[in-house]
Design a protein around this ligand. Structure first.
Ligand code: GMT
Length: 372
């Protein structure tokens, strides 16, 4: 098949998932064309049947806001025509689904039918999409998609409850390449982070308000008082300095490392003992799934779809949003004892296998085949 994939090129889960999907499809022999404004961060290897088309957004003194959506729709039209694409799979509704609708209408006039599949990822529905400024366009363009998928049951339900959706939404869970995350720790790296064999706690996100990174710091400070440990923060974003300030205030700054955005998550996860995800909402929590694939148990909130991947008492624990004391107590209960920790690690890695790339990519292929 000749497949167009439209996504955000950033470290966010939707871009990561879309890129990994494209790479997996290419490995299976499909021709995959990425259309976005920057090289996707996970598109870091050469494959002969992967193509990257950069959306150029010309500026003009009149434009206070250069019209990305128009440029994207035009690029979609060009790429679809020049490469005779069979379908377009857009990840994240805004503005990808509406740009795809526009491209589809343009091509229809020229006699070419292009099926559009929209995958909803989370904030496109629960946060940004619901905003009155966007909602009518989001609702319309989702309804005009030939197929709609959501990454969890929770997101599917949220979509139905907030938008007048007239079509079925299929749930296709996010996936992880388990083999990629089954890494041995790099000893030298572990020694730098935890020189005295401390436990390593980890959080990775875009540091937006919704992630409640200050809760991570509070949990760590309380855990550290009981069990010698270090905290690694991966990623960057608006709340990073809040987390840094709080770490100083709580007297744990020297035990915390902010390593910024990182591509080699598998090497970082390999030295971690516990993943903390304190979000107010996660449609799925791909970062937690990647942690589990690397054999790292997860302490998370029970918000959104997190309960669909993190299994209470098996792969980690879940607590209400903001319930620092429960999350702290559960974290300590996991890491205080080697045998208990190893049990959680093994079960987390095993559970992640049910989300392995080899199971999920064929589901997308079957979906595509329905439209050919
Ligand atoms: O978490 C973010 O803020 C980034 C966002 C994105 O669109 O890249 O992540 C969303 O999509 C991921 C992949 O499907 C999910 O794993 C995340 O849970 C979801 N984030 C939210 O719902 C807040």
């Amino acid at each position: 098949m000749r497949i167009g994939i439209v996504c955000y090129p950033t470290f966010g889960g939707s871009g990561v998932l879309a890129t990994e999907l494209g790479k997996a499809l290419a490995q299976k022999g499909h021709m995959v064309h990425f259309i976005t404004y920057q090289q996707p961060v996970r598109l870091n290897e050469f494959m002969p049947n992967i193509f990257y088309h950069e959306v150029q957004v010309p500026t003009y003194p009149l434009f206070d806001y250069p019209p990305y959506e128009t440029a994207l729709a035009s690029t979609m039209v060009d790429v679809i025509k020049n490469n005779n694409l069979d379908l377009l799979h857009v990840h994240y509704a805004i503005p990808h689904a509406s740009a795809a609708y526009m491209a589809k209408q343009i091509l229809k006039k020229e006699g070419k039918q292009i099926p559009v599949i929209t995958t909803l990822h989370g904030t496109d529905i629960t946060l940004v999409g619901r905003d009155k400024t966007y909602a009518p366009v989001v609702t319309f363009s989702i309804n005009e998609s030939d197929a709609i998928t959501a990454v969890s049951n929770n997101l599917r339900d949220e979509t139905f409850s907030h938008f007048a959706i007239e079509k079925e939404i299929e749930v296709i869970y996010n996936f992880v390449d388990v083999s990629r995350f089954s890494r041995k720790p790099i000893d030298a790296f572990k020694k730098v982070i935890a020189p005295n064999g401390e436990r390593v706690l980890l959080h990775a996100s875009n540091f937006r308000k919704i992630k409640r990174v200050q809760d991570v710091v509070k949990i760590f400070a309380a855990v550290r008082a009981e069990v010698p440990s270090k905290l690694l923060f991966v990623g960057d974003g608006p709340e990073r300095s809040t987390a840094e300030d709080l770490a100083k205030e709580l007297g744990v700054f020297d035990e915390v490392r902010f390593v910024g955005k990182q591509e080699q998550m598998e090497d970082i996860l390999a030295i971690a003992d516990l993943f903390l995800l304190t979000s107010e909402y996660e449609s799925f929590g791909l970062a937690a799934l990647e942690a589990m694939a690397a054999g790292v148990p997860v302490i998370s909130t029970n918000a959104g779809g997190l309960g669909e991947i993190n299994v209470e008492g098996v792969t980690g624990y879940l607590a209400d949003v903001g319930d620092i004391s429960t999350m702290t107590a559960k974290a300590i209960s996991i890491i205080k004892d080697d045998t208990i920790l190893n049990g959680f690690k093994e079960r987390a890695a095993n559970h992640a296998k049910s989300f392995d790339i080899s199971r999920v990519v064929p589901v997308y292929e079957k979906l595509y085949e329905r439209f050919l």
